[in-house]
Design a protein around this ligand. Structure first.
Ligand code: GDP
Ligand code: MG
Length: 205
C-alpha cells in the first residue's frame, strides 16, 4: 500500500478530489516542480515532499471521488487507502488541508446529498476533525469565481460552519494555487501550527 512514507514527526497532508489542484498547490508550497494536470486517477500513491534535515513532510494524497475511466472499486480502494493513511499517521499530521474547487464544490456536495449519501468532501472534513486533525479547506480556483462571498458562505453552510465565512479564517482559505495566491492557506496553516506549539514550522507556510 502506502509504505514509502519518510519517518518524520510532523506532517501536513493535502486531500481532495481529483483535479481540484492538489499537485499545483503542492508545487506552489514547495517551490518545486511536481507533476500536475495528470490524467485523473493516475496518482494513486502519496507524493511525499520530504524537507530533510527538518523532520517535516508535506504529502499530496491520491485524489478520490469520481474519475472518468477509473472503475468504482478502484476509486473506493483509493479512498479507503487515504482514510487509513490519515488514521495511521494522525499523531504526526498537524494540519489536514482539504482542497476543493471553489467554483464546483457546493454543486457537487448538493448533488450527492440526501438519503444515505454523505458527499466525499463533507465526509472527509468531519473525518479529519474526528481523528483530531485540524482541517483547513483550501478553496482553490477562486480566480474563476465571481460570487466569492456567496460561494464561501454556501460552502460553510454545507460543512456545518455558521456563515459568514470570514469568521472561519483558520478553516476556510480561499486561494488560487495556479496564480500563486495562497496566503490565506499559509495564515490558516500557521494558526494551527502555532496551536500545536510548532512555530518552528512557519518557514514552510
Ligand atoms: N483556474 C485555475 N486552475 C487551477 C488552479 N489550480 C489548479 N488548476 C488547474 O486544475 C487542473 C488540475 O490541477 P492538479 O494540480 O493536477 O489537480 P490534482 O488532480 O488535484 O492534483 C490543472 O489544469 C491546473 O492547471 C487555480 O487556482 N485556478
Ligand atoms: Mg495531482
Amino acid at each position: 500500500m502506502f509504505e514509502d512514507r519518510p519517518d518524520r514527526d510532523a506532517e501536513v497532508v493535502l486531500v481532495g478530489r481529483s483535479n481540484v489542484g492538489k499537485s499545483t498547490l503542492m508545487r506552489e508550497v514547495t517551490g518545486h516542480k511536481v507533476p500536475t494536470g495528470q490524467k485523473p486517477g493516475v496518482t494513486r500513491k502519496p507524493n511525499h515532499y520530504d524537507w530533510a534535515p527538518e523532520s517535516f513532510v508535506l504529502t499530496d494524497l491520491p485524489g478520490f471521488g469520481f474519475m472518468s475511466g477509473v472503475p468504482e472499486d478502484v476509486r473506493e480502494r483509493i479512498k479507503t487507502d487515504v482514510v487509513r493513511y490519515v488514521e495511521e499517521h494522525a499523531d504526526q499530521i498537524l494540519v489536514g488541508v482539504l482542497v476543493v474547487d471553489g467554483k464546483a464544490a457546493v454543486d457537487i456536495i448538493d448533488r450527492h446529498s440526501g438519503g444515505e449519501e454523505i458527499p466525499h468532501d463533507v465526509e472527509m472534513f468531519h473525518f479529519l476533525e474526528e481523528v483530531g486533525i485540524p482541517p483547513v479547506v483550501a478553496v482553490n480556483k477562486m480566480d474563476k469565481v465571481d460570487d466569492r462571498d456567496e460561494r464561501l458562505d454556501a460552502l460553510c453552510d454545507r460543512l456545518g460552519l455558521y456563515p459568514p465565512w470570514q469568521q472561519w479564517r483558520e478553516t476556510i482559505a480561499p486561494i488560487s494555487a495556479k496564480r500563486g495566491n495562497v496566503e490565506a492557506l499559509n495564515e490558516a496553516a500557521r494558526h494551527h501550527l502555532h496551536e500545536a506549539g510548532r512555530d518552528d514550522l512557519f518557514k514552510f507556510f
